[in-house]
Design a protein. Sequence first.
Length: 153
Amino acid sequence: MSENVHTYARYIYPYNDAKMKAWAETIIASIEAGKVDDALEAIPSINESKLPTGVPNLYTYLSNNRNRMNYKELEQRGFKAGSGAIESGNKKVIQQRMKQSGMQWGVETGQFIASLRAKYASNRWSEIEKVLAAVYELSKVISSFNDRMGHIF
């Protein structure tokens, strides 16, 4: 959330660091205080088609994710709710793996690789091994069947 707010702030105040920082801090403080509506009211209306690549539509982002921004409530219950470090870590890990020289990914294959990486990083690789073993066993059954039936598959 913080990264999106700062990116948007840089867009609306490109030549005034003081205003950019003050605006971003005000928006973040409102959200962290549970006042997402106040934050939404403070966002200038900009046609999404005019936003350059890399600048999020902050109004849409906050509107779509407002139910996940219960920072005050989570903090009162003893949970750490900052997502900046987690988002940054995810971006770094995914980019390390998927932006290597010569690699090109579509949405489906990129999601598949990201899911595999997440399983591995979460110490859940054994789930992948089980699926691979099942696929291997299935391929042996199909191969055996083809040998007997004249290569139908």
